[in-house]
Design a binder for this molecule. Structure first.
Ligand code: PLP
Length: 359
């Protein structure tokens, strides 16, 4: 009887599965391989002790938002003249993606998603009863601005989601093309900069120049995946719409306080990012010495590689306790996405790949 109450449109819908394959070397989720130093951990413990657990969190996450804006100015060396009216925090940027869709897409509205791309855009689109329309990228995952914007406008899409650098390809769209996309597309253009720290560029300084631009950021890839903290930045008019759908106390106090403390330590964050990009350089050089691998250029903390027998190699890696991301279908059929780990982890990966491919 209860079956009659289930949503017809979600009948064939599969829940998002996070599998633990029991691997010791985890290079499949684009996390940072670095934890924070001991002295910061001690301060974090003190912060957690001092929290007023009987009270609701700050509904606007004001302190952590202010510190995030400061962090952005320092990290990206941009002049941003925006205040806390133009930023909101989310329980991970995942929650903010969901808010964007709730705010701008009603049932049946099209959402444009160039693919390959981050899978959550489609997932939240479907849950909202909107229609996610996937638009394949060109060869080598390049974007043809005219073609894309014509499609987006023909679809009458409400929202266009771009991850830049792209997950899972690691590639970028350059600034000029991004600006053309924002200007040509008659919809909300979301630039998801989850990997911005590894690229070194941001569009946050442009949110006031365009009426349709939203920039998304997250602390997950820079070493704070555990606390779930993301940010959305946009002009005042867009913000008014987003606030209509924002759950009142969406970011818990522990996350706000830990985020605030860590964001004061830009030096530690920068140091960790530098260590990750140094591993990127090392891994890329090693991969170049292996036969029959196509490497896509990466501006991220992971690299996408294309090989003939991706499934076989993926299974060999799992058997050897190394987990990478395997897609197994479509445009990414022969691709593996590999997050950079520490030197020992990277060497384990490289030696398995050499074993398999340098024959
Ligand atoms: C990891 C990732 C996110 C998710 O970030 P959370 O803040 O952890 O929810 C968003 N967008 C892209 C492109 C990502 O790869």
């Amino acid at each position: 009887m209860v079956d009659n109450l289930f949503r017809e449109d979600l009948k064939d819908y599969e829940s998002y599965k996070v599998e633990d394959k029991g691997c010791k070397v985890v290079l499949d989720a684009n996390e940072s391989f670095l934890n924070f130093p001991e002295e910061l951990h001690e301060q974090l413990s003190q912060t957690v002790k001092d929290i007023l657990y009987n009270r609701y969190p700050d509904a606007y996450s004001s302190k952590v938002c202010d510190l995030y804006l400061k962090y952005i100015k320092d990290f990206y060396k941009v002049n941003i003249n925006i205040n806390n009216q133009n930023i909101i925090a989310g329980n991970g940027s995942d929650e903010l993606i969901q808010m964007i869709i709730s705010a701008f897409a009603s049932e049946g509205d099209n959402i444009a998603i160039p693919v390959p791309n981050f899978s959550m855009y489609k997932l939240y689109g479907q849950i909202a009863g909107a229609v996610p329309v996937e638009i394949p990228l060109e060869d080598d995952f390049k974007t043809d601005v005219n073609k894309l914007s014509e499609k987006v406008n023909a679809l009458n899409a409400k929202v266009l989601f771009i991850s830049n650098p792209n997950n899972p390809t690691g590639t970028i769209i350059d600034d000029e093309d991004l600006i053309r996309i924002i200007e040509k597309c008659n919809c909300i253009v979301v630039i998801d900069e989850a990997y911005g720290e590894f690229y070194g560029k941001t569009f946050i300084d442009k949110i006031m120049n365009y009426d349709n631009l939203i920039v998304l950021k997250t602390c997950s890839k820079m070493g704070l995946a555990a606390i779930r903290l993301g940010f959305l930045l946009a002009n005042n008019k867009i913000m008014e719409e987003i606030k209509k759908v924002k759950p009142p106390y969406n970011v818990n106090t522990v996350t706000q306080e830990i985020g605030a403390l860590v964001l004061k330590h830009t030096d530690i964050i920068k140091g960790n990012i530098n260590k990750i990009t140094a591993e990127r350089e090392y891994v890329i050089n090693e991969l170049k010495s292996i036969n029959n691998i196509k490497l896509y250029p990466t501006y991220s903390n992971f690299v996408l590689i294309e090989i003939d027998n991706a499934e076989k190699i993926y299974n060999d890696l799992i058997k050897n306790g190394i987990s990478v991301r395997y897609f197994g279908k479509g445009q990414l059929k022969n691709c593996l996405r590999i997050t950079f780990g520490n030197r020992t982890e990277n060497n384990s990966l490289i030696s398995r790949l050499k074993e398999n491919l340098n024959k």
